[in-house]
Design a protein around this ligand. Sequence first.
Ligand SMILES: Cc1cc2nc3c(=O)[nH]c(=O)nc-3n(C[C@H](O)[C@H](O)[C@H](O)COP(=O)(O)OP(=O)(O)OC[C@H]3O[C@@H](n4cnc5c(N)ncnc54)[C@H](O)[C@@H]3O)c2cc1C
Length: 396
Amino acid sequence: MPPAEVEPTAVVVIGGGFAGLNTALQLAAAPQPTPVVLLEPQERFLFLPLLYELLSGEMRRWEIAPRYQQLLAGSGVVWLRERATRINTSTKTVQTSTGRQLPYQSLVVATGGRAETYGIPGVAEHALSFRSLEDVERLQALVQRLRQQQRPLQRLVIVGAGASGVELSCKLADLLEGSAIVELIEQGADLLPGSKAFNRDQARQALLKRDIRLRTNTAVTAVAADGLTLQRRGDAGSTPERLSCDGVIWTGGLAGQVPALDPPLPLDARGRLICNSCLEVIGAEALFAIGDAAACPFRDAEQASHPATAQVAYQQASCVSHNLRQQASGAPLQAFNWNDLGEMLGLGVGQASITGMGVTLAGPGAFQLRRLAYMARMPGLPQQLRVAGAWLANWL
Ligand SMILES: Cc1cc2nc3c(=O)[nH]c(=O)nc-3n(C[C@H](O)[C@H](O)[C@H](O)COP(=O)(O)OP(=O)(O)OC[C@H]3O[C@@H](n4cnc5c(N)ncnc54)[C@H](O)[C@@H]3O)c2cc1C
């Protein structure tokens, strides 16, 4: 679409993940729809919480990664398949990867996060990440290679025992079926620091059952093509340990990824835009930030922030679309109030653990319930029905 055709007063949303896509859809579906332009360079939306099931083949690509063209058909949202490269908050324009200057009345930054490597040597060059369809393909190829060659002492190392690291370790151990040792490295004192006690216990049992070795209080200090270097925490005098392995998967941290800003705005220590409780970016006019790219005050505590989850991103989308409509009519904005719905963890093929909404459940029943809950969160009714149909067909 040439620039002249873009409605100059449109709300522009940057990023079509959980936060951005739901914001755009809600604005366009309101009784008095707001013209909205969505900037998203990828062809497919990615339902990240089900990426493990794509890795294991329990779900298919079309189920967890529907095309934007299909999701946005008939919605009224204008989708530009372009990357935002620079935001000018003085002229209220967004520059895109094609050189387009897109004027906006209000702007929502929902560009998500990226793996944080903390500058540790070799991580960017040698470790695999787990955030994209390409990452899944690379990991599937590695699993296949390890299963086929069956050399003694093959080893995969996952760094970070948060939810991503634990879920990935369990799925990988099931897929490898003993053809490689799986190790999970955590610099903190325990796995799943922010999780509910029941889920943490279930996760411990799942690791034990699969012979996954968990090393806590252990920091990774370097990664190379054929291994990594470890240092025990609180034991500075100890000799660093060298661990050889066939692959390192990095789930050790998350940083916000935000386009360049003109004039620059302060970011928090994790590279996220700093917002007030109504999700407005501090220091700029008509600029909102949500999801993993935003640091918004949590329960009035200045320092703490919400967890980087799809649940938070989804709820912030509802809040920001409400606030954009309020702003347009000169009405007061609403503070974001996170409603913690609990936590669901996939713990291997066909297994999960759930704590929340009055449910505490583990095993195959939890796996099906988790899948059902995520189905209800798929963007748009047609995609929900397509995925539900495929799920039922598997059962019949
Ligand atoms: C493997 C994995 C499993 C997870 N499991 C869970 C789970 O079980 N439960 C849970 O609640 N959360 C889970 N999360 C976290 C959750 O997925 C994120 O918190 C959520 O996706 C954040 O939503 P977002 O919209 O902020 O960012 P994202 O979903 O990452 O979307 C950001 C979008 O912005 C686009 N973008 C980036 N830069 C630009 C740019 N410059 N211009 C235009 N577009 C841009 C990207 O292409 C992307 O589509 C998981 C995350 C991962 C990686």
